[in-house]
Design a protein around this ligand. Structure first.
Ligand code: ATP
Ligand code: MG
Length: 574
């Protein structure tokens, strides 16, 4: 096992959490709640916590948002966000939006997205986020299922809403943020904001009142509306502090779009609740631009996804040397398994390792993580966050012992747990087995309590009587110098049940050949295991991915077998 020891040199700052085991033993959510500002007993509003509470402190004029567009940049203090979100809440109030109404955001990462999100929460309405890349069908699914009464959008994006508007009888308001003149049947954001009052009496929501919802990506069938409550911010706040190690002097960059839960929990709520100066870059991924943002804003804490790290790795190695990235002190990743190779690369390139952590839309906050104070076992997701109990169980809900692979399960009751699946109680109930919440992922726990991801339940490959997780095969493949990324599936085989097939994206300039296929197969055989190597390899230009950047193996499989792909609204490339 490869371990990265947390020496003094690696820790550029004394972490917020000095001793994981000790903190875990002393931890309780009750104590954690004390840190957050609550209204009269039991009442909390996540937007109050993220922004309003800072207005009474020295953070009032601290920069909350460094926003960078393609050719523009802007700064917003906590006071600015407070005032603007109050104004937007008043705009909604004037329209008659009330507690519990669904208001959706269909916006690129413009400042108005953040302002509107907070404003919606202040009214007690429920904010729904959507990636700006959705087409009409994806929009209709989400606005239709949630019965949204309003959607906030741009003049470019609204065209797609109009394509399906006749099928959305509940949608009353289209609020357009960048229109200069008022259009019939629409709400003009600029105009309304100009005259809206700066004071707003924030809705004193109960801790368990609905706050925001997200439709998750991935699987077949229609996307499901995962509903979160205001109390979620308790966990988002604590993990921001203990896992992402945020401190007041940090400049923090979360690269996730709020269309994905990470962009909400750690790009709005948990981050601002801690008073973090946060960078938002609204443009597309581009290695040069990304490095320049770290350099320009002196980013210290960076939270991103494996797909981005792999793409940075694949870009020209000389590029990274052009930038001064020495401000970085803590870096973390989420979304899919983080292969060991990118961790080694980051250690070499930035002098610090990426810290993998695991959670899901339904979880609402980080569940299992690597911490600044804890040695990293490469390939492991780390240990459960203080206050969270995770276990590996079998199909009957019985705990399995160390080293045994099974269902990754969590003891229900953590603060950011989803409250329901919108209008689908049956689906919600299917997440529970006995006293456990079941994640749909398979994993094992080693004897020291580290958790290791094996696969999504539906991605596990059964070959010659063995169960193989695609992740370990993919990790072995990306260690080969010719490979950028790989997606691995089980392909039905009359003799072996399934054989392992790998779809491989090669580095720029590498020529695909039969010889290379053989070499890669042998490489995995040697590095991983005799039985777990790909018997078939196909070179591809790109892999199918979700908009949050995850490889979607079910699409590779469906294509391979000539089957229907299922819901594709959350996919970027397929
Ligand atoms: P759907 O539930 O609709 O299929 P999804 O599971 O892809 O969509 P998310 O909730 O965004 O949508 O993703 C959570 C999943 O992502 C986890 O269940 C896990 O499979 C994967 N994942 C996230 N972080 C990690 C990680 N650090 N290591 C391994 N897998 C991860
Ligand atoms: Mg899932």
């Amino acid at each position: 096992m490869e371990i990265i020891k947390k020496t003094k040199k690696l820790l550029k700052e004394k972490p917020n959490m000095l001793d994981y085991e000790k903190t875990r033993r002393a931890f309780s959510w009750k104590k954690a709640e004390k840190e957050l500002g609550w209204f009269s007993p039991g009442h909390i509003n996540a937007a109050y916590n993220a922004v309003d509470k800072h207005i009474k402190t020295w953070r009032k004029n601290k920069v909350a948002l460094y926003w960078e567009g393609d050719d523009k940049r802007k700064e917003y203090s906590f006071l600015d966000l407070y005032t603007l979100s109050n104004k937007f809440a008043n705009v909604l109030k004037k329209l008659g939006i009330k507690k519990g109404d669904r208001v959706f955001l269909f916006l690129p990462r413009v400042p108005q997205l953040y302002i509107a999100f907070l404003g919606i929460l202040k009214t007690g309405a429920i904010a729904g986020t959507m990636f700006s890349a959705f087409g009409p069908a994806g929009i209709q699914d989400r606005l239709g299922d949630s019965e949204a009464v309003a959607v906030v959008t741009t003049k470019e994006l609204k065209k797609r809403i109009y394509k399906v508007k006749k099928d959305l009888p509940k949608l009353k308001y289209i609020i357009v943020v960048d229109e200069e003149t008022k259009k019939r049947g629409e709400v003009n954001y600029k105009k309304e904001m100009m005259t809206a009052d700066e004071n707003f009496k924030i809705c004193k929501t109960k801790a368990t009142d609905h706050a925001f919802m997200l439709y998750t990506s991935g699987t077949t069938g229609k996307p499901k509306g995962v509903m979160h409550i205001h109390r979620a911010i308790v966990q988002e706040h604590m993990t921001m502090k203990l896992v992402l190690d945020i401190k007041d002097k940090d400049v923090y960059w979360c690269t996730a779009d709020p269309g994905w839960v990470t962009g909400v929990a750690y790009g709005i709520l948990g981050s601002w609740s801690n008073g973090a100066s946060t960078v938002v870059y609204s443009g597309r991924f581009n290695p040069e631009k990304w490095y320049s943002i770290i350099e320009k804003y002196h980013v210290t804490v960076w939270y991103t996804a494996p797909t981005a790290v792999r793409m940075l790795m694949a870009s020209n190695g000389k590029l990274v040397k052009k930038y001064d990235l020495s401000s970085l002190r803590h870096i973390a990743s989420v979304g899919e398994p983080l292969n060991p190779e990118p961790i080694r690369w980051s250690l070499k390139t930035f002098g610090i390792p990426f810290h993998d952590n695991w959670w899901q839309t339904e979880a609402g906050g980080i569940m299992i993580a690597n911490y600044p104070c804890m040695d990293i076992r490469l390939g492991s997701m780390g240990k459960p966050v203080p206050g969270v109990e995770a276990a590996i169980i079998d199909e009957k809900g019985r705990k399995l012992s160390a080293g045994k692979e099974g269902i990754l399960a969590i003891k229900p009751g953590w603060p950011s747990m989803m409250q329901t699946i919108w209008k689908n109680k049956k689906k919600y109930n299917s997440y529970f087995l006995g006293k456990w919440y079941i994640s749909g992922d398979r994993a094992y726990k080693d004897k020291d309590g580290y958790f290791w991801f094996v696969a999504r339940d539906d991605d596990v490959i059964k070959t010659s009587g063995e169960r193989v997780g695609p992740f370990e095969v993919e990790s072995a493949l990306v260690e080969h110098p010719a490979v950028v990324e790989a997606g691995v599936i089980g392909k039905p085989d009359p003799i072996r049940g399934e054989i392992i097939k790998a779809f491989v994206k090669l580095k720029k300039g590498v020529r695909p050949s039969e010889r290379l296929k053989k070499e890669l197969s042998n490489f995995v055989k040697k590095h991983l295991a005799g039985h777990a190597y790909p018997r078939e390899i196909e070179f591809v230009d790109k892999l199918p991915k979700t908009r949050s950047g995850k490889i979607v193996r079910r699409v590779l499989k469906a294509k391979e077998l000539g089957e229907k792909i299922g819901d594709t609204s959350s996919l970027m490339e397929y």
